[in-house]
Ligand binder design. Sequence first.
Ligand code: SF4
Length: 262
Amino acid sequence: MIKDGLLVPQDVKHLNAEASQELRIHSIESFGTHDGPGIRMVVFVQGCQFRCLYCANPDTMDVKGGHFVEIEELVNRAVKQKPYFRKNGGVTVSGGEPLLQRSVLKKFFNRLHEEDIHTVLDSNGRLIDQQAKELLDVTDLLMLDVKHFNNAWHKKLTGLSNTNTFKVAEYRESTGKPMWLRYVLVPGWSDQEEHLHELGKYFKDYRHIERLEILPYHRLGVHKWEALGMEYKLKNVAPPDAQKLEDVALIFKNYFKDVRVN
Ligand code: SF4
């Protein structure tokens, strides 16, 4: 069911069937170097309820798209790649939004741990319930995408509220396990100084945020929007220049010990 252009919960229920041993995925990248520490196998899951205007992978949004793959098949593939992971690599699950498939991902991460493989979850923090907490508990590193501090701007950018994202951060902090924050910098949309400072102040006392990564907005996904017949609303927005990135990094450095541009 579509309400206000967005999917309502019953549409995504099927993604989280507890008995399932299969993940609905979009694609797999074998040697990713941008999604977590070291060299990683990156599994892009299918399905997302956000509608970020800049989404580089709009073909991952459809919760009924993609294809299914058995967890054990993914584990076997990761085990084969393990020599390349060396000390700090491993497996990252990105998307799409992984929390929509939290039950099956918990099983996947538990299996990876049995094989001594490091796990990263790259999430927009869409939801937080008992199953989401259990997945976070078996996630070695959470990369939490905070799209905007201001809720009205967050809704403009993503279609949904940021309330749960902050709840996910709060839960993660309470467990004492590491997280990185990721912030997509979109000129004119997510670069307002006052909101960057607000974000910094909000998180400055969190002890388990190891790093803040600034992800410069780019237009690499535009052709996918066109191919899907969807309107790309940021046509006139240019990626941030070096000066803008430096300015924003300087602001965040007031609040976070490790700030990087990815
Ligand atoms: S959260 Fe990620 S996958 Fe979902 S719409 Fe936004 S950028 Fe795309």
